[in-house]
Design a protein around this ligand. Structure first.
Ligand SMILES: CCCCCCCC(=O)SCCNC(=O)CCNC(=O)[C@H](O)C(C)(C)COP(=O)(O)OP(=O)(O)OC[C@H]1O[C@@H](n2cnc3c(N)ncnc32)[C@H](O)[C@@H]1OP(=O)(O)O
Length: 150
């Protein structure tokens, strides 16, 4: 299956965090795995906070884009929309993002971000997220994503 972000139409694929058409961005890719979503990302050394650890702003960026892609995917699944189609008909933006930084995130490791659907209420989609490095939870987050009107 394709990454959720690769299903965004070309005119909505310039996001700094996840747009496939932004060559200078992170190009985060999010996949559906069973009942969860998952993204993997290994930060460049320039995203340093305390030496040896990853800058929190990057972590926020990863959770932001993982969260909106997950929200779009969960909304499609709820409506039985095929996630293999070329243009995703549901697009979401972030209204609220809460992050708890639990431990310093080590540099040089693959970060794994997972999302679970919390609730869908009309256009509001809430997703719980974790970011781990080497199996250790370094951050947790909750996003409220809003489905854009047609
Ligand atoms: C497709 C590619 C996307 C890639 C995205 C990558 C992730 C991002 O970085 S997105 C960029 C950052 N986010 C933004 O810029 C969004 C800015 N905000 C907005 O555009 C608008 O406020 C928007 C779209 C969220 C909501 O506006 P609008 O569509 O008019 O809906 P609105 O009627 O105000 O709200 C809908 C519901 O959400 C609730 N809501 C809206 N904002 C919030 C909030 N911040 N906190 C809690 N609830 C909220 C409202 O109370 C309402 O609830 P209910 O339906 O129960 O009455």
């Amino acid at each position: 299956m394709k990454a959720i972000q690769d299903l965004y139409p070309d005119n909505l694929a310039h996001c700094y965090g996840c747009g496939k058409n932004n060559s200078q961005g992170h190009q985060l890719k999010t996949y559906v795995e069973g009942e969860e979503t998952v993204s993997r990302f290994t930060p460049d050394m320039k995203y340093t906070a305390i030496p040896g650890s990853v800058y929190g702003g990057l972590i926020a960026s990863l959770l932001d884009c993982h969260g909106t892609a997950s929200a779009a995917a969960f909304a499609c699944i709820a409506e039985k929309i095929d996630l293999n189609q070329v243009d995703l008909p549901i697009r979401c933006v972030t209204a609220n993002l809460n992050i708890n930084f639990k431990a310093l995130t080590p540099q040089g490791e693959e970060l794994v971000i997972r999302g679970k659907l919390k609730a869908i209420e009309g256009r509001k989609i809430s997703v719980d997220m974790t970011l781990t490095a080497k199996g250790v939870v370094c951050a947790t987050g909750e996003i409220l994503a809003i489905r854009l009107k047609e």
